[in-house]
Design a protein around this ligand. Structure first.
Ligand code: HMH
Length: 221
């Protein structure tokens, strides 16, 4: 269609990996109700660590938006995303206490640590805005698509996990992801072939890290 941008083309081109990240066995186990609660708790504990590292990454994208944005609403969109992370951190704390999960003295799993290091490498000033936007979209879209799947008709997500799924699977978060995709597409269209190539590789890396993150949650490795 005419609406199709670079991101949509990449998703089609790498559909197997994209589906691997958005329809992971861990997510499917939430959706069919067979999820192992110790896996869910591991995910909760590790994702809290990830989100704390994600805040400075989103802040770095915001900084790039303030410097690069021409006429769009990029700054407002990314600022909104950053602001909602404040609420998200509070949510993790209350959810953890509900599940009797301690968020202090947690051991960072290998996959999480690797992912956080990758995020750090994307925070540098030298990283192009189009590239950082592609990564931000992919990180958010993975969660949006995954958790929205657990809320679709026919899903058997246990009631006590539905709030978690709504956190990323809700319509407002979906709208945020669509806005990010639009902004990323807009800057990718204008980017050099070199930046476009690097952004595609970055997208693949994000998806691979997301798969590893689910693997770690699911099986503990
Ligand atoms: C691992 N990916 C991971 N954690 C998250 N909270 C998100 C994406 C979405 O913010």
């Amino acid at each position: 269609t005419k609406e199709e941008g670079i991101i949509e083309r990449w998703v089609m081109k790498h559909l197997l990996l994209y589906t691997g990240a958005t329809r992971h066995p861990f997510i499917l186990s939430i959706r069919d109700g067979s999820v192992d609660i110790s896996s869910f708790k591991r995910w909760l504990e590790q994702d809290y660590i990830f989100v704390r590292e994600f805040v400075p990454f989103v802040a770095s994208v915001l900084l790039k938006a303030c410097k690069n944005s021409e006429d769009g609403n990029d700054m407002e969109v990314i600022l909104g995303g950053l602001a909602s992370l404040n609420d998200e951190i509070a949510w993790f704390k209350s959810e953890a206490s509900k599940w009797d999960v301690s968020l202090s003295n947690t051991v960072v799993h290998k996959a999480n640590q690797t992912y956080c290091r990758f995020l750090e490498s994307l925070m540098s000033r030298e990283v192009e805005y189009a590239l950082a936007l592609t990564a931000l979209w992919a990180i958010e879209a993975t969660y949006q698509e995954s958790f929205a799947h657990c809320l679709e008709d026919g899903s058997k997500t246990p009631p006590e996990l539905q709030e978690t799924c709504r956190r990323w699977g809700n319509e407002g978060f979906g709208e945020y992801c669509r806005s990010l995709k639009k902004i990323a597409n807009r800057y990718l269209e204008k980017a050099s072939a070199d930046v476009i190539a690097k952004a595609e590789v970055t997208l693949l890396h994000v998806l691979e890290h997301e798969v590893e993150f689910w693997n770690m949650s699911h099986r503990g490795t």
